[in-house]
Structure formats: structure tokens, C-alpha cells
Design a protein around this ligand. Structure first.
Ligand SMILES: Cc1ncc(COP(=O)(O)O)c(C=O)c1O
Length: 443
């Protein structure tokens, strides 16, 4: 007699085989030049991610579970950090990073009202947590071809009120981490690396995201790996208080730090029901030591991310190759365009290919981006540009350290195109051809 479990396994395998067949028939999407749009980014996945997600659905455990544990360990090993905590977006990771460093539960909490230095050209939710945690933003200019913080201004911006630096590695390009770490150590500051756009990038052979006390990741489809929406926060050095604080703030503010997932639903400590508050016996999982959030992703999302992460080295290689292929062609237009530059110790895993149109180019950013867009090549701007110029921030008081000349230039003249692993040779050749056509018209 075939047991129920055997029957279920057989059906499950049939489903998985059908999914495989679906993706085999679907195959790679061929490219019709001039008809198909070339995205600036997108999820690259196949039956493996879908089977992993369906497997989680059939299992019926939707909260974080075994796959999340596996991902956290693999990801921490890859970065060379102490712990990783999954969240539901890169924005949530940034909010958790600053919120946890302000918590009274950690050894040296950031004082309310102290200053956090960050670049003027930024993504809104890299910047917003500074305001959301009642800290004061201090803006520094960026360098034109790296799009990263100007390190001289960064150093000059430090005062006795400075507590932290919120540092994105813009579009995958690592900051000058020798100088940044000198500043962090000299002035005893917290460094948070917004590594949302730079998973796989390295500085001096060390992964970005492993320098700061905390680093953050986005797994939105435009990023290096994806789980639909989602993200993570990594803690670089062993610090159980900080780890528990991050978990607590992510999970409604609860005090209990046991995983409490499918592997140990009643907690691993076996003391869950032995706690009390104000003389009342109370379940540890319902004791709240922070005013928290719920920023958790689901196990189904994690199932996708786990499979995506197995591809990270291939993705990183392809991003670098695509960047180089586009660079080799665009180099001949340096009379008109400022091409991206990286520090000599940096090995970026590019998120995208940034370009700034020179002031004396004889054409505007809109001329070139509308030409590219009309030919089906997606372009994007460098996020918010100079954040002080965005309508949401018109009433915010910033301390601005030095002139923001480059921030203004970038907001006016810069844009980016994609380098993501979904760009194959026919698409890359098409992009180069369209740039060549544009410059034939300009010359
Ligand atoms: C540098 C940076 N930080 C944070 C985020 C926010 O990530 P998410 O969209 O996952 O909230 C993004 C989004 O693209 C980003 O580019």
C-alpha cells in the first residue's frame, strides 16, 4: 500500500517537473531590436526559484523558517560578518539600522539630536531614517565621477555632535574605505553602510558591507539578488545586544530573542513561560522591551532569495563584464560624457552605469535620454539627486558642510543605464549601436 506521505511526495515531484517543463518551453526571451525595451534592471530567475517558493507554500509554514536560517548563515559567511537579519525591504533595513543604534539596550546608544553625516545625492530612504529617529542630517557633497561622498568634506563635517555616518556605496561603487575608516576610528563614530546597491563589491579585497557596524541590503527586483520585495541588515562584529535589539525592533518590539520558527515554535530556550512583568507571570513572547515595528518578510520570499543567492558569483561577474563592455564603447565619447571612475583599491559590482553629460557637450541630458528612451533603452536618474531640492524636504533644516556643486551638477546632468545580468550580447550590442547613432547626429 502506498502511504499518504509517499502519495504527497509523488504529487509534489510531478508539480516540480511541470514547473521545470514550463521554464524549458518558455526559454530565454529573444531580443527584437527596436521593438523590445531594454530594462535598466530586472529579476533573473528560472524554475529553481519557483520550485523553492512552491515547496515553501506546500509546506504551509509562511513565517520565517528553515530557509531563512539557511540564508542568514550563508549570507553572513559570504560577507564575513557576525549575523544577518532578514527584513521586508532595504528601506526597513535602513530604518532598523539607525533605530537599533539609538536603543537604550545597546552599549553606546546614539544620543537624540546628534548629527549623522550622509551624502547630498542619495536615495530617500537612506536619508529618511535620520529624521525618523530624531537625529540631525549633515550633508556633504559627492565626487562627480564616483558619485560617492567627498572624503575631505566628510572629514571637515565631523564635530563633537557627530554620532554616525550613513554611507551608501552609490550604484555599486565602493567609497574610499581607507579614509572613511580612518575618520570613523579617529572620531569614534558609528558607520552604517547602505550596501543596497553594492552586494558583491569589494574594497581592498574586503566585501563592502563588512566595514561598518551595520550594513543594509535591498532585494527588490532591481537589485543584485531579489525576493520580490525584501532586504537584510548585517551586523559585522559579534554583539549579541545589538543583534537582539535589531530582532526586537523588527518583530513588534518583543523582548524574546528565540527564533520561535517552525524548527522551535515554542522557543529554543524552554523558559518562554517562566517570565514575569510587574509580578505577573507572562509569556516572554508577549513582553515588549522596544516600541517596535513589524518589518519581517515571509518564508516564501526567503525561498526565492536563497536560490538567487546561489547565483551571486555569476551575477557579479556578469555585472562587471556588462559594465566593461559598455565602458569600452563609451570611452570614445569622453569629450562629451563624464564616465564613472572607481578607487584603485575598489572592485565594484555595478548596480548600473552612471553617466554625466558635460556642461559644454552641446546637448543636454534630456536630449540623450529621450533619444535612448525612444529607441527602447531605459534610463534612470541618480535617485533623488540633491535631496535638499526635493519637495518633501523643503521644511527640513539641514547642516550643509561646504558647497554642493557636484550634487547640483548630478541632479541636472547625470543619468544611468543598466548593466544587470539579464543584458545579453544582442542587447549590449544594441545599446552601443544606439549610443553610436546618437553621437553621429551630434558631431
Ligand atoms: C541605496 C539604496 N538604499 C535603499 C534603497 C531602498 O530599498 P527598498 O526599495 O528595498 O526599500 C534603495 C532602493 O533602490 C537604494 O538604492
Amino acid at each position: 500500500m502506498v502511504s499518504k506521505d509517499e502519495k504527497l511526495n509523488r504529487i509534489k515531484n510531478d508539480i516540480f517537473e511541470k514547473i521545470e517543463e514550463y521554464y524549458k518551453v518558455k526559454g530565454e526571451k529573444s531580443f527584437i531590436p527596436g521593438k523590445d525595451r531594454i530594462l535598466y534592471a530586472g529579476a533573473v530567475f528560472d524554475e529553481k526559484e519557483v520550485i523553492s517558493m512552491v515547496d515553501s507554500i506546500l509546506k504551509g509554514w509562511f513565517g520565517l523558517g528553515a530557509k531563512a536560517r539557511e540564508f542568514n548563515d550563508l549570507f553572513s559567511n559570504y560577507l564575513g560578518v557576525f549575523k544577518t537579519v532578514l527584513v521586508n525591504s532595504g528601506s526597513s533595513a535602513n530604518l532598523l539600522a539607525l533605530s537599533s543604534l539609538c536603543s537604550k539596550k545597546i552599549k553606546k546608544p546614539i544620543k537624540k539630536g546628534s548629527e549623522v553625516i550622509t551624502p547630498a545625492v542619495t536615495f530617500p530612504t537612506t536619508f529618511n531614517p535620520i529624521l525618523q529617529t530624531d537625529l540631525k542630517p549633515v550633508l556633504v557633497d559627492v565626487d562627480i565621477a564616483t558619485y560617492n561622498c567627498n572624503v575631505e568634506q566628510l572629514k571637515e563635517a565631523v564635530t563633537s555632535k557627530t554620532s554616525a555616518i550613513m554611507l551608501p556605496h552609490t550604484l555599486g561603487n565602493p567609497n574610499d574605505m581607507d579614509t572613511v575608516m580612518d575618520i570613523v576610528e579617529d572620531y569614534d563614530l558609528y558607520l552604517i553602510e547602505d550596501n543596497c546597491d553594492s552586494l558583491g563589491s569589494e574594497f581592498d579585497g574586503k566585501k563592502t558591507g563588512s566595514f561598518g557596524v551595520l550594513s543594509t541590503y535591498s532585494f527588490y527586483p532591481a537589485h543584485h539578488i531579489t525576493m520580490g520585495e525584501g532586504g537584510a541588515i548585517a551586523i559585522s562584529k559579534k554583539d549579541m545586544q545589538l543583534y537582539r535589539t535589531i530582532r526586537s525592533l523588527r518583530d513588534w518590539g518583543r523582548d524574546c530573542w528565540c527564533e520561535g520558527d517552525e524548527l522551535s515554535p515554542n522557543g529554543a530556550c524552554k523558559k518562554r513561560f517562566d517570565w514575569e512583568i510587574n509580578g505577573i507571570k507572562y509569556d516572554h513572547r508577549y513582553i515588549y522591551s522596544h516600541i517596535g515595528y513589524n518589518l519581517k518578510p515571509t518564508e516564501i520570499m526567503t525561498a526565492m532569495c536563497l536560490e538567487q543567492f546561489k547565483r551571486i558569483n555569476k551575477f557579479t561577474r556578469k555585472r562587471r563584464e556588462n559594465f566593461q563592455y559598455l565602458y569600452n564603447n563609451l570611452k570614445k565619447y569622453e569629450e562629451y560624457l563624464i564616465l564613472p571612475v572607481h578607487h584603485k583599491k575598489a572592485n565594484p559590482s555595478w548596480f548600473a552605469f552612471p553617466i554625466t553629460v558635460k556642461n559644454d557637450a552641446g546637448f543636454s541630458r534630456e536630449d540623450i535620454t529621450s533619444f535612448l528612451e525612444k529607441k527602447g533603452i531605459m534610463t534612470r536618474l541618480i535617485f533623488a539627486g540633491d535631496i535638499t531640492k526635493q519637495p518633501a524636504y523643503k521644511d527640513i533644516s539641514f547642516r550643509i558642510s561646504g558647497p554642493k556643486k557636484n550634487a547640483e551638477n548630478i541632479m541636472t546632468n547625470a543619468f544611468f543605464i543598466g548593466v544587470y545580468p539579464g543584458l545579453d550580447m544582442p542587447r549590449l550590442k544594441y545599446i552601443n549601436g544606439i549610443f553610436n547613432d546618437f553621437f553621429k547626429e551630434v558631431k
